[in-house]
Write a protein that binds this ligand. Structure first.
Ligand code: ADP
Ligand code: MG
Ligand code: MG
Length: 482
């Protein structure tokens, strides 16, 4: 991450540093609070299905500009609708991904399913989108938020983020700063997201049908997923939740007479994908067959294949062009507001425009990040690493990638608490990425539910390019609005 001595530092919510004894004591309490309230994960280094580690977290909430937070919240229903319209525009998705799928096998496989489903006609007209739009504040534009990406599949951390507010509330109270709590916005992400699944279940309208979570072979982020499951089971006890891998669906799944998805004799109303977004989730053709089976079924998918494709980086890049955005947003004010959150995004397709962008990236790589069509973090190429990466690709291969302006977020300072790390910790420079959740349900012609559903904040060391929480450099956090 390019941070220099001119990068502004946001004021911390409490005076730092804390006294050593006070710090040691509050960290010990906070760690236990985190484990006992499910701000936790399975360990990657010493995995056991019988134990949990606390999830990395920031001790006290990191500052975030209030105006920008409120802007992101207000924009979410507009962004939901935008994504819904994009997902239902066959011509746009097809032309936008045309070059990419020539070289990116994973996206091509997804697109293939889309093409086959289109040819058959959609069995289920409704989709449910549980989206997360991610932002960094950009210091060169007065800390205005810029969209990093939008996730349309496996938008995670709604569960843990909801429980992080009480954790940081607890810490602030312990430290004698109860008055600060009012600057932490309440977060109802978990309820908002789960209610979305339940609304879809109601649309399906079969009392015995279940909600199916598609999961990885090993779920490290188990608490986040279980919170969704337990919320549904506790709030709507008549709705059952099942968890299956793609491999298991391949073995057990079949279509009934009306194309209902059946696992044994159990009918599935809603499929919630927490896996299926990266090539490793499809080790054999069997997993692809399972995905296809689900797509052709009557179950309501979260996301359906067209929503999944609408969330690709390539589509994001195409949308950032004003002429394209116009196609999906009618209201000029909304169009202007959404246009402002986009930063420069550039095609790397093998044509005149793509080649000019290639030259620009080679000349001034420090301004950019290069992204492939992947999710889950750890796939991008940053700044001065870009020329080498590009030189290793043929012109055609570049079409699998997009180029994006680097966003320069302000710094904050605080204590990042990770399992196994030193106590007392050092004060570190950090940057925060805000995610806003949205729920949208509808078919090609109607939107029946559209709302903003809470938020999450992920904070990473300012020296790290990426802040994946499970990957190791990021920590869970929540905003302190200033
Ligand atoms: P993924 O779908 O894998 O999460 P992202 O586009 O979110 O991909 O990129 C991963 C991370 O890389 C982000 O969380 C952010 O920390 C960093 N990043 C991505 N794009 C930018 C950008 N334009 N400027 C600065 N950092 C970025
Ligand atoms: Mg993503
Ligand atoms: Mg991301």
């Amino acid at each position: 991450m390019s941070v220099d001595e001119h990068t502004p530092v946001l004021r911390s919510c409490i005076k730092l540093p804390l006294k050593k004894d006070e710090l040691i004591e509050v960290i010990a309490k906070a760690k236990d609070y985190a484990i006992m309230h499910g701000a936790a994960m399975r360990s990657k280094t010493s995995f056991s299905p019988d134990s949990l580690n606390f999830a990395p977290f920031v001790l006290v909430p990191s500052s975030f500009p209030r105006k920008e937070f409120e802007k992101a919240i207000a924009l979410q229903p507009i962004i939901n609708r935008l994504m819904h319209n994009v997902a239902h525009d066959e011509e746009f998705i097809t032309t936008t991904l045309a070059e990419t799928i020539k070289v990116d096998e994973f996206t091509a496989n997804l697109f293939n399913i889309y093409r086959k489903v289109l040819a058959l006609g959609f069995t289920q007209a409704y989709s449910v989108g549980l989206l997360r739009s991610d932002y960094l504040a950009h210091v060169y534009e007065g800390c205005a938020i810029k969209q990093v990406e939008i996730n349309t599949i496996a938008s995670s951390f709604g569960g843990i983020a909801t429980h992080l507010v009480p954790l940081q509330n607890f810490v602030l109270r312990e430290l004698g700063h109860a008055e600060k709590l009012k600057q932490m916005p309440k977060n109802e992400a978990l309820a908002g997201l789960c209610d979305g699944m339940v609304k879809a279940w109601n649309i399906y309208a079969k009392p015995k049908s279940v909600i199916l979570f598609i999961i990885e072979d090993i779920s490290y982020n188990i608490c986040d997923q279980r919170f969704h499951e337990f919320y549904i089971r506790e709030t709507y006890p008549h709705i059952k939740v099942l968890r299956r891998t793609l491999t298991e669906v391949h073995k057990e799944g079949k279509l009934g007479q009306n194309k209902e998805l059946l696992l044994g004799n159990t009918e599935v109303a809603v499929i919630y994908f927490r896996a299926g977004y990266e090539p490793g989730h499809y080790p054999t053709q069997g997993e692809w067959d399972a995905r296809y089976l689900m797509e052709t079924s009557l179950a309501i998918k979260c996301p359906s294949i067209q929503y999944h494709l609408a969330g690709t980086k390539k589509v994001q890049q195409a949308l950032a062009q004003p002429a394209v955005l116009e196609r999906f947003i009618n209201d000029p004010e909304e169009m202007k507001a959404v246009g402002k959150i986009f930063t420069g995004l550039y095609s790397m397709d093998d044509n005149e425009v793509g080649n000019a962008n290639y030259e620009m990236a080679m000349r001034t790589p420090e301004k950019f990040v290069l992204k492939p069509q992947r999710e889950g973090g750890g796939n991008n190429v940053y700044g001065l690493d870009i020329p080498d990466a590009l030189k290793r690709m043929s012109r055609v291969e570049r079409s699998a990638w997009i180029l994006m302006d680097l966003i320069h977020p302000p710094l904050s300072q605080g204590y990042m608490i990770r399992p196994g790390s030193d106590v007392p910790p050092q004060i570190v420079d950090m940057v925060s990425e805000l995610g806003i959740f949205g729920v949208i349900i509808g078919d090609a012609d109607h939107i029946i539910h559209n709302y903003q559903a809470g938020h999450m904040l992920r904070t990473k060391l300012s020296t790290a390019n990426e802040g994946g929480v499970a990957a190791g450099l990021g920590a869970l956090d929540s905003p302190y609005l200033i």
